[in-house]
Design a binder for this molecule. Structure first.
Ligand code: OAD
Length: 237
């Protein structure tokens, strides 16, 4: 029996690091050998769409080589065993929460396994490659498909649902995110300003916003998250 009703969990690249996916702000400042500005902005896509397609095609294909780790699985356990609500808001574009067993997930920065049409705006499940010669299955326009990913300068998805969830939660947990990218980096301030929820950070190192949390623990997610879920479900957290 936990001490909370509505639990919101924000996750970032750190939760998938031990599955073998690169975080964004490693020591070299590069993401998979590319500067973020060269692959994760609308300007980059306009300048060199084939480079951007190649980059995300590789990321999509790479998903087949990685597996959920104990942190993803522990969040799925929490969702299954907790009496109230558990919502995972992830900044990650991988599908490791889904494969770990979570069902209530919002992908605020999009999903690698989806593409959308920039002509008719339809969204499609997609597991293979795309390039500028592929036609939209719905409206038939070429070129039209792009990764269903939120790039810098674009509006994150699901902001209305996220706002509602942050307002109604009584526990906010942030896992594996550096707190560099807004709006996600501002969620803890939003929650603490309302004064209703307890907030906890689980991260390898203190994030930018660590002082805003009621509690912070440092370590690898694969260890911290299962321990935390165990305590939570036992009513000890
Ligand atoms: P970052 O790469 O900025 O931060 C990852 C965080 O995870 C860091 O604070 C690490 O210390 C921590 N970390 C690394 N390994 C870990 C482990 N094994 N266990 C626990 N924590 C670990 O990634 P995000 O904060 O997710 O946006 O980045 C946010 C957004 O910036 C991304 O969604 C992406 C990027 O630009 C877009 O593409 C729109």
């Amino acid at each position: 029996m936990t001490n909370y009703q509505n639990i919101v969990v924000l996750t970032g690249a750190g939760i998938s690091a031990e599955s073998g996916l690169s975080t964004f702000r490693g020591d070299d400042g590069l993401w998979e050998n590319h500067r973020l500005e060269d692959v994760a902005t609308p300007e980059a896509f306009r300048r060199d769409p084939e480079l951007v397609h190649r980059f995300y095609n590789m990321r999509r294909a790479n998903l087949g080589t990685v597996r959920p780790n104990p942190a993803h699985k522990a969040l799925a356990r929490l969702e299954q065993e907790h009496d109230g609500e558990v919502l995972v808001i992830t900044q990650n574009i991988d599908d490791l929460h889904e494969r770990g067993g979570s069902r209530n997930i919002l992908h605020m920065h999009g999903e690698l396994l989806k593409v959308h049409c920039r002509s008719c705006a339809e969204v499609f499940d997609w597991s293979g490659d795309i390039d500028e010669t592929v036609e939209c299955p719905d409206c038939g326009v070429i070129p039209s498909l792009r990764p269903h990913i939120v790039w810098f300068g674009e509006m994150p998805f699901c902001m209305y649902e996220i706002d509602e969830a942050l307002r109604s939660c009584d526990l906010f947990v942030s896992i594996g995110t550096s707190g560099n990218v807004y709006p996600a980096a501002g969620f803890v301030a939003q929650v603490s300003a309302m004064g209703r929820a307890r907030s906890i950070e689980l991260n390898l190192e203190p994030s930018e916003g660590v002082s805003l949390f009621n509690e912070a623990r440092q370590g690898p997610a694969s260890k911290l998250v299962p321990e935390f879920v165990e305590r939570l479900l036992a009513g000890e957290a």
